[in-house]
Design a protein around this ligand. Structure first.
Ligand code: 5GP
Length: 345
């Protein structure tokens, strides 16, 4: 056994220090970014936010709305080929440019992925998603996906340490998903004792990825727009959001009524609710690593998106970043106590 003594930090432990700025208005800030991805050499332009591939967030309806903001949706893996075909037939390239096709790592998942990707050459993003990206089996799957889809952008995770980011990029990932345990409906840290505070994970993983011309996406733990700014400030190229986009009209979640108020069910993809729904129950050998919550119904996602983008533009003006791309370089974090971080839970 060994203990690492340096303190690792999460979103709640830091604030961004303001800096002198020449920007006159928040409207001067450019949030769009241009990326050229390592393996396919594809150029992409957009706002680097991604709706999480959870079944009540990464929906086709969400993708249609977020594409208008040039934001990506990682579409969940539970749609079938008929639903995908219908979606692709009605979606112009301007929507499909912002769609990630999600997959697990079983043979059946791989077969489905091949069928979905064959539906349109406009689909360019693949998201290979497992809770624990440290297994050799996962690395082999990423290699197989890279060999099969040389012209697609592959996002793979989740991991939280630099050496595994390097391994995944060298195995064929363009973007590595970073986050272990910070999710709003995740209970991994409670069930397993495993995890890594997100700000430190991002700082360390960004350094590893950028050294190999790869990118990272911060996955999980953002509960307010300020957290999204902190994720970009820590070095994330993309930020994936689950809970912040849940509970909206586009989510296709189950609505329940309590005392005359409407709520939408939102659950982790490793929760009992998800396992009952998709695999008929919790297997004997597994612990549940997600929980279910009820969210007050929040209306169209567009309002929440504008709030997040407004917060990001404002964060950039506070540190004099005229483009989101400059936010990391211009970020100095100060460590704060929980009472000072402005978030009251
Ligand atoms: P959020 O934005 O809600 O804080 O986090 C979203 C992320 O939480 C997802 O993209 C996914 O990586 C993670 N997640 C979703 N469901 C579960 C779950 O049931 N268990 C765990 N450990 N993580 C989950």
């Amino acid at each position: 056994m060994r203990i690492e003594e340096d303190v690792k930090l999460g979103f709640k432990d830091v604030l961004i220090r303001p800096k002198r700025s020449t920007l006159k208005s928040r409207s001067d800030v450019v949030l769009q970014r241009d990326f050229k991805f390592k393996y396919p050499g594809i150029n992409w332009f957009g706002v680097p936010l991604i709706a999480a591939n959870m079944d009540t967030v990464g929906t086709f309806h969400m993708a249609e709305v977020l594409a208008r903001f040039n934001i990506i949706t990682a579409v969940h893996k539970y749609y079938n080929i008929v639903q995908w075909r219908e979606f692709i037939e009605r979606s112009p390239k301007s929507v499909l440019d912002y769609v990630m096709v999600s997959t697990g790592t079983s043979d059946a998942d791989f077969n489905k992925l091949q069928q979905f990707m064959a539906l349109s050459s406009n689909l360019k993003f693949i998201c290979i998603d497992v809770a624990n990206g440290y297994s050799e089996y996962f690395v082999t799957f990423v290699q197989k996906a890279r060999a099969t889809f040389p012209d697609k952008v592959i996002c793979a995770g989740n991991v939280v340490t630099g050496e595994m980011v390097e391994q995944l990029i060298l195995s064929g990932a363009d973007i590595v998903k970073v986050g272990l345990g910070p999710g709003s409906v995740c209970t991994t840290r409670i069930k397993t004792g495993v995890g890594y505070p997100q700000v430190s994970a991002l700082i360390e993983c960004a350094d590893a990825a950028h050294g190999l011309s790869g990118q990272i996406v911060s996955d999980g733990g953002c509960v307010v727009p300020g957290d999204v700014a902190k994720a970009f400030g820590s070095g994330a190229d993309f930020v994936m959001l689950g809970g912040m986009l849940a509970g909206h009209d586009e989510c296709e979640g189950t609505i329940v009524e309590e005392n005359g108020k409407q709520f939408m069910l939102f659950y982790g993809m490793s929760s009992e609710s998800a396992m009952k729904r998709y695999i008929g129950g919790v297997p004997d050998y597994r612990a549940v690593e997600g929980k279910s919550i009820k969210l007050a119904v929040r209306g169209p996602v567009e309002c929440s998106i504008r709030d997040i983008l407004g917060g990001l533009r404002s964060a950039c003006t506070y540190v004099g970043a005229s483009r989101l791309k400059e936010l990391t370089k211009r970020t100095t974090f100060i460590r704060v106590s929980e009472q000072e971080n402005g978030i009251f839970s």
